[in-house]
Design a protein around this ligand. Sequence first.
Ligand SMILES: [Fe+2]
Length: 187
Amino acid sequence: MAQKTLLTLYVSELKDLYSAEQQLVKALPKLVKSAETDELSEAFANHLEETKNHVTRLEEVFESLGENPKGKKCVGMEGIVKEGAETIDELEGKVLDAGLIAAAQKVEHYEIAAYGSVCAYAKLLDRSDDLNLLKETLEEEKRADEKLTELSENVNQEAAELQEENAPAAKTANREHLRARKTKSAA
Ligand SMILES: [Fe+2]
């Protein structure tokens, strides 16, 4: 088996992130267009600009490593983006917005995990310039995630209100289900 070092793993994870970020640069404009809530659409547009910067930062890291950023496809991000595309096809209105937030938060959490790892490796490998660049991106991913959580409060609430207007049957069914459970546990 070929000898693998932490540096090999570091470069491999960075390539994965480079592919992930590039996939996002392509996918985010669809989210900007699909979101009904203006603030959500703006948040996606803002993160699209940040994401372009994330690509540039990774290119800087690769340049200082003397490595090529290309050559790996991030299959994890490909799957998350595909699921997001399904959400866009299947939902509409505020429920779509709620779905878009869920999809985007999956993206952010994936990236937060991945940047967390490469930051730890950069620190161990004494690559302090890389670490500064990667940390900046990590902080932006965290802020994007927090912003989405903040926006989800109203959006999810609005989606829930729509549920009550359009499908009182679901609520009745739920009430009956709860009543049945209570009767069962009382017995
Ligand atoms: Fe990013």
